[in-house]
Every structure is written in C-alpha cells, then in structure tokens.
Design a protein around this ligand. Structure first.
Ligand code: PMV
Length: 311
C-alpha cells in the first residue's frame, strides 16, 4: 500500500490573462485534497483506476488516452520504468469538480505521487508538474500550466506560462474566505469563449489582459509589503476586468458584493469563472462574519484558508 495526496488551489490574480502570457498569482488550499492509494490487484488484472467518488473504474492498461487520469497514470508508470503492474489505484477527493479549485490537477498529482511512493522512487515537483500538465491538456484544452504548477510545488507562486514558478515573500498572512456558487463550470468552456472573443477583437482583449497584468504586478508588491487594504482594492479591480471578459456570472457578482458588504477588503471570482468559486480577502477577525454573509447570499460551501510564507 502506498498513498499520495495533493491540495486544491485558488488563483489570487491573473486567471485567463495568464493563458496569454501575463503573470498570475496562485496558492495551494490544504483544506481540500485528493488522495490516491495504490493497492495490489489480482495477478494479471493490470493497472486499474478506481474513481470511487463517482463510482467509475477505468482500466489503465490499453485505456484510451482520452481519459486524463488514465493518461497521467500511464505516463507516470512509463517515466518510472514500471511495465504494467497489477495495481488498483483508488482515488478519493474532497475538491469539488469544475469549480476552479484545481480538482483535476490535484487528482493527477495525487496519482503520480502514489505511484512514485509505491515504486519507492521520488520525483521532483518540476517532474510531477510536467506529467500532470499532460493530463491538464485533456481537461482544459490549452492550459497555461498554473494549476499543475501551484499544486505540484505546493506553495504560493508567481507564475508566467512556460517559466519555472517563482516563490515570493509574504509580509502578512493573507486570509481568504472561499465561497462556492455550487455551479459546475468547465474551464475549457470559458477559456474557449475568451479565445473566440480575443480572435474577434484582439485589441480590446489585449488591453484587458494588460490591465489584469498591471493589477497582478501591483498585487505582488502589496503582498510583499503586507498592504492588505491595497490588495483588496486590486482584487475588486481584477474582478471588474474579469466581468469585462464576460467570465463572471450573476451568482459570482452577488457573492462578491455580499462579501464586500460584510467587511471583506476585496473579492473576486477565482479560476475559470461563470460558476465555481470566488475569494474574499478578510482580516482574520472578520472571516466568520464574511463566511456567514456568503452563506446567506447562497454559497453552498465556504472554506477559510490562509496564504502564508513557506517554512
Ligand atoms: O482550473 P481553473 O478553473 O482554476 O482555471 C485555470 C485558470 C485559467 O486561467 C482560466 C486557465 C489556465 O489554463 O490558466
């Protein structure tokens, strides 16, 4: 028996623009996680993925590579030089799917870590991230790579597509209340819609991407200097820019407004948008008041998490 696990994630700044080369800031969320357990299977059974939460079993041996988690399993076995072991890999996850919390990348990362543990090998965060990116292309189409990066490295990151992630200093812990609209919204759809918009009117979209990039750079400095009031204002501005990209929704707008009214320093959608989760920046003492206001405004779940410097 060997296990591997991986956290969820939120994007603090820069989603969508990051697909077009602009920077983004993301952080792991350890309150939710995916866990994979490798157990021996019957001799000759080959490798089988047991997606127990959705009651699905996927054979990895001979499986079509259209199944993202089967693909990443195959790739990991390959990289580790394992032929086809008779394994049953059981996956459990507390991360809601299609909601901007990185469920796909976390499941894939947990599987890769479990396979490495079962074969007594270790892979670097960069190696895991590169493997998981392959499955992300099946989940998302044209992912920037931010999800696999922040989850495999398990630390807050400054991310630019195609470059290694950069850790950064955090002067004061950043407390976030995450609110879930309960509406599943596949990232591939919003990313595809933004691409069509960009193709139709590249100048307008480039202008918005540049404005998001400026907010992300300013947020980096606000986090480094511990200026949470400024960080909140920047979050509100980033949300407005995402509205311009038409990836917000009435539910996300309502939750952000409710959080601000209840004392949050700022709020924005997080991830692909149109559903999924939003984040509110709060002083720790206000976290419960904001979470309760979000529940009254219709969120199906709240998570309070703190983004802090790594030990
Ligand atoms: O997986 P999500 O919904 O958090 O979205 C990832 C962020 C996007 O910028 C929308 C897409 C990407 O690949 O970067």
């Amino acid at each position: 028996m060997a296990t591997g696990s991986a956290p969820g994630k939120v994007i603090l700044f820069g989603e969508h623009a990051v697909v077009y080369g602009r920077p983004a800031i993301a952080a792991p969320v350890s309150q939710v996680a995916a866990t994979a357990t490798v157990t021996p299977g019957a001799p000759g059974s080959g490798c089988v993925l047991d997606l127990s939460d959705i009651g699905e079993t996927v054979p990895v041996t001979g499986a079509s590579t259209e199944q993202p988690l089967a693909l990443v399993t195959k790739l990991a076995l390959d990289v580790l030089g394992l032929a086809t072991p008779d394994w049953r890999i059981v996956l459990h996850s507390t991360i809601p799917v299609s909601s901007g919390l990185g469920s796909g990348a976390a499941a894939a990362t947990a599987i890769v870590r479990a396979i490495a543990a079962a074969s007594d090998r270790s892979l670097t965060a960069g190696e895991i991230s590169a493997l998981v990116y392959q499955s992300e292309t099946l989940f998302h189409g044209t992912p920037s790579g931010i999800d696999n990066t922040v989850i495999a490295y398990e630390q807050p990151v400054w991310f630019v597509r195609g470059q290694p992630p950069e850790p950064f200093s955090i002067a004061r812990p950043v407390t976030l209340v995450i609110g879930d609209t309960g509406i599943a919204s596949p990232t591939s759809i919003t990313v595809g819609d933004v691409r069509r918009g960009w193709q139709a009117d590249p100048r307008r979209y480039e202008y918005v991407f540049d404005a998001i990039a400026r907010a992300t750079v300013a947020a980096y400095h606000a986090i480094e200097s511990g200026d949470l009031a400024e960080l909140g204002r920047l979050m509100n501005g980033n949300h407005a820019l995402l509205q311009e990209l038409e990836v917000s929704s009435p539910e996300l707008d309502r939750l952000c407004a409710a959080a601000r009214q209840a004392g949050a320093l700022g709020a924005k959608l997080s991830g692909g948008g149109r559903g999924g989760n939003m984040i509110a920046l709060v002083e720790p003492a206000a976290a419960e008041t904001v979470a309760s206001a979000l529940r009254q405004a219709g969120t199906v779940r709240t998570i309070t998490t703190t983004v802090a410097a790594c030990a």
